[in-house]
Design a protein around this ligand. Structure first.
Ligand code: SAM
Length: 423
């Protein structure tokens, strides 16, 4: 984060303490975004990355420094974008593992300068170039082995990578998910429609389940296309907060299992449950927070837009013998009012929205529910801050904000906030 005459600019490709030449990519009224194009003077704090990784640019900062920076960015966002003079930010909760912590990775196929098939990550800022990876600093060794086996098999078969410019070629992505507690490993190969001896690949892989997604030329992400199950079960099993979860390939699941558990424990603690409360969990995914809350609450109602995730949540409730949690598919914007009418007014509302945060309309719906407490799980302090301000203007007090480091070596910041309704 850089400042020019009080104007704040978030600079991609630089670390605190660097002097860089940067190109502005976005300028909003309250802050701007830029991309570093030249490193003029490196930060004296820079260290050698353990394993170069385009998704882990903060490896050049010592971990302690990363934590400080994240904590101060949360404080800064609340001050600048939320107008909180002295925001009640707690000390950041450090990560258990600072490397190899991810339970999900998406690799892309491409070709190198010699035309050889590669499997790795997009070069930063390039949608058309893929750099090969042989060791992934953020995934486990088992994931490394699986990716290398897929790459070797595809090379031996002489298969081509999908060309993002020409829309030719076959292989697009490899998505790997790992149950860190259950040991379950799942591979999903994403290709264009076409032929390959996929049954042989599936058979030979050391994965508990293998899926094949055939995506049309225009597909923009790995969630599009038709998926076939080739081996094992479609849903991956994982353990979290002492509960068992089944996760469908389309469903969101926090990518750091160990830290998700700590994040949810914070949400439960801040909710301050006594066993009688009616709780609404908005943006509930497969029910990870809702089911944990259900153990200590009277009744929990979850809302989520992805239907498969809701089906998972319902099944997860059964799997864990929990009968006081109910899940509904719908858009929070329109589903909230009818739900509150049916369930009755909530004592506590938990929200865990995507990066864009809550729209004005959703904030209004949350405020009109008049819950005693709002627990806000946020993956983006720059949207948490204005949302918290709107809630304060709607009669709440911002009691505490606890940053939790879910994504070491990256600039991403997660935090849980508690807002309490003033009498
Ligand atoms: C950050 S995730 C949180 C999921 C869950 N609480 C967890 O921790 O696993 C946000 C979730 O919101 C869902 N979502 C996005 N927009 C939504 C909307 N308008 N209404 C309901 N759910 C939505 C996404 O599908 C995703 O599951």
């Amino acid at each position: 984060m850089a400042r020019t005459d009080g104007y704040v600019v978030f600079v991609r490709g630089a670390v605190p303490g660097d002097r860089v030449r940067a190109r502005m990519t976005k300028s909003k009224r309250s802050f701007g975004e830029a991309e570093a194009v030249e490193l003029l003077e490196p930060s004296p704090e820079r260290v050698e990355p353990a394993l170069p990784h385009p998704g882990a640019p903060w490896q050049v900062l010592p971990y302690e420094r990363q934590l400080q920076e994240k904590e101060s960015q949360v404080r800064d966002a609340l001050t600048r974008l939320g107008g909180f003079e002295e925001p009640p930010v707690e000390a950041i909760v450090p990560a258990v593992d600072v490397l190899r912590y991810r339970n999900k990775v998406e690799y892309s196929f491409g070709e190198d300068d010699d035309g050889e098939l590669v499997l790795g990550f997009h070069r930063p800022g390039r949608w058309d170039l893929i750099d090969d990876v042989s060791m992934d600093a953020l995934a486990s060794e088992r994931v490394d082995e699986l990716r290398e086996a897929v790459k070797a098999w595809c090379r031996a078969e002489g298969l081509s990578a999908y060309d993002r410019r020409e829309h030719t070629g076959l292989l697009r992505n490899l998505v790997v998910r790992e149950g860190r507690r259950t040991g379950a490993l799942q591979a999903r190969l994403v290709t264009s429609p076409g032929d390959l001896r996929i049954a042989e690949l599936a058979e030979g892989l050391a994965a508990d389940s293998v899926l094949w997604t055939r995506a049309p030329g225009v597909a923009e992400n790995t969630r599009e296309g038709q998926t076939t199950l080739l081996k094992g079960a479609e849903a991956l099993e994982e353990e979290l907060s002492g509960l068992r979860f089944r996760i469908s390939p389309e469903a969101f699941f926090q990518t750091n299992t160990e830290m998700a558990e700590r994040l949810y424990a914070s949400a439960v603690e801040l909710a301050g449950l006594t066993g009688r409360e009616r709780v609404l969990d908005l943006y509930c995914g497969i029910g990870t927070i809702a089911l944990r809350l259900a153990l200590d609450a009277g009744e929990v109602f979850g809302v989520e837009i992805v239907e498969r995730a809701v089906a998972d949540a319902i099944e997860n409730a059964k799997l864990n013998g929990i009968d006081n949690a109910h899940f509904f598919a719908g858009d929070v914007r329109t589903a909230m009012r009818p739900l509150v009418e049916e369930s009755g007014p909530p004592d506590i509302v938990v929200v865990d929205p995507p990066r864009a945060g809550l729209s004005q309309k959703v904030v209004r719906r949350v405020l009109e529910a008049e819950a005693r407490r709002i627990v806000y799980v946020s993956c983006n302090p720059t949207t948490l801050a204005p949302n918290a301000r709107q809630m304060v203007e709607g009669g709440y007090e911002l009691r505490t904000v606890r940053p939790v480091d879910m994504f070491p070596q990256t600039p991403h910041i997660e935090a849980v906030a508690l807002l309490e309704r003033l009498p």
